[in-house]
Design a protein around this ligand. Structure first.
Ligand code: 2BA
Length: 109
């Protein structure tokens, strides 16, 4: 068994959730915040059989788009404490960040 943890943009989350559930996958959706942009994003926890990992990755790839986010002049960069950009900065976000983890035990009690 694997846990697929995937971080996506909020605008892709609804369609992704609907498609995963439509394919019979169990999904937990969490509100999260990106450390760099400090903007909301969505994290999905999806527990699957080993053989289902590729199918989940394909759905995530299909439903999640890469987008350019603009940081306004004067926006503070989270990892550069106290440093402010003097111009509009473009940051490419997504489609999705995916972690696949081995699960030692899965139980419902
Ligand atoms: P954020 O941390 O808000 O990052 C948003 C986007 O900013 C990133 O998109 C990347 O393009 C850029 N970025 C992040 N850190 C940067 C840095 N130190 N310098 C320059 N640009 C930087 P993605 O890579 O697609 O990541 C989207 C979101 O996925 C991230 O939001 C974060 O919530 C999560 N994420 C990405 N990599 C992660 C990791 N290794 N561990 C945990 N979460 C991660």
């Amino acid at each position: 068994m694997k846990l697929v943890l995937t971080i996506v943009q909020d605008s892709d989350a609804g369609e992704l959730q609907k498609t995963l559930i439509g394919h019979g996958f169990g999904v937990t959706k969490l509100a999260s915040t990106g450390g760099f942009l400090r903007r909301g994003n969505t994290t999905f926890l999806i527990g699957v059989k080993d053989a289902e990992v590729e199918a989940v990755k394909e759905i995530v790839t299909e439903k999640c788009c890469e987008r350019a986010e603009l940081l306004a002049p004067g926006a503070s960069l989270a990892d550069l404490e106290g440093v402010y950009s003097g111009q509009v900065t473009e940051v490419i976000v997504g489609g999705a960040t995916i972690f696949v983890m081995n699960i030692e035990e899965f139980a419902k009690v």
